[in-house]
Write a protein that binds this ligand. Structure first.
Ligand code: APR
Length: 248
């Protein structure tokens, strides 16, 4: 990794009045969670249709077992990696205002980040599609599927956003507000493929933010809005950035 690029990124972050982070599945790869796209990704092994809202409502007996296998048998065990930890430390030390995340794995919060706008919701909650009853997933017995509401027998779904579902209003509004205020935006581990999430870094760019991207590959952002591309893994690069960011 080019040291000057790291130093340039670190000084932008240190001098920023309003630095935000936008994260995608790539920041959780070093925690053992596969990304959705790219090498060893979920959509190489599973059909994304299982996360299509209409399909789920029509064929819950088909979708639910795959959803459990991908998101509940697996995700519960993942721990935050250095990328999550350094972002949480940056917030604690006043160098980061918030994280806007597409991820549903709760790892930013587990790492200690307090202001996390969850653009696609969070897998740790389940919600009844009929009566709206919401409960935390670890308390629910997932052995009998499809999951029906214990109050009204309605179909229960994970409280994260399926394809074809509205983005949570507050998360969307808060993310846009953060993007419009940011003078530095860290874009980490995202292809930039999925809308409207990918509009958030673009909004920051439109409002003059310096765009620092962390990704081992190129994304839809790289040739377009990225100013500094730190090419590499999020955990590894945040470990290199940490001493530069917090140096006295
Ligand atoms: N560190 C940083 N980035 C990484 C790493 C890593 N260790 N490993 C992979 N990446 C990058 C890949 O190069 C890719 O650009 O992370 C990105 C993962 O892409 P996606 O899986 O498409 O992730 P994301 O952009 O967050 O997907 C958006 O798609 O299916 C939906 O709702 C789902 O939130 C998800 C959305």
């Amino acid at each position: 990794m080019d040291k000057t690029k790291l130093e340039e990124a670190a000084s932008l972050i240190k001098e920023a009045k309003n630095c935000m982070a936008f994260t995608g599945a790539g920041v959780s790869v070093e925690s053992g969670i596969p990304p959705f796209r790219g090498e060893n990704s979920l959509w190489e092994r599973y059909d994304p249709v299982i996360l299509d809202l209409k399909y789920f409502q029509q064929y819950p007996e088909e979708s639910w077992p795959v959803i459990r296998e991908i998101f509940y048998d697996f995700y519960g065990k993942a721990q935050p990696n250095k990328a999550h930890q350094v972002l949480a430390r940056m917030e604690q030390e006043g160098l980061l205002t918030c994280v806007v995340t597409q991820n549903i794995d709760n790892l930013h919060q587990v790492a200690g980040s307090k202001v996390v706008h969850e653009f696609h919701g969070n897998l740790h909650y389940l919600v009844c599609m009929d009566c709206g009853f919401r409960q935390s997933a670890p308390e629910v017995d997932l052995s009998v599927l499809p999951l029906l509401c214990k109050h009204c027998r309605g179909l229960v779904k994970p409280d994260f956003i399926f394809f074809g579902e509205q983005i949570p209003e507050k998360a969307y509004a808060d993310s846009l507000t953060a993007a419009r205020k940011a003078d530095v935006c860290l874009v980490m581990g995202s292809t930039g493929e999925v809308m409207p999430a990918a509009m958030i870094p673009r909004e920051a760019h439109r409002h003059g933010a310096a765009m620092i991207e962390i990704n081992p590959e190129l994304s839809h952002f790289t040739g377009d809005i990225t100013h500094i591309h730190l090419r590499g893994k999020a955990g590894e690069l945040m470990s290199l950035l940490e001493p530069l960011i917090f140096a006295e």
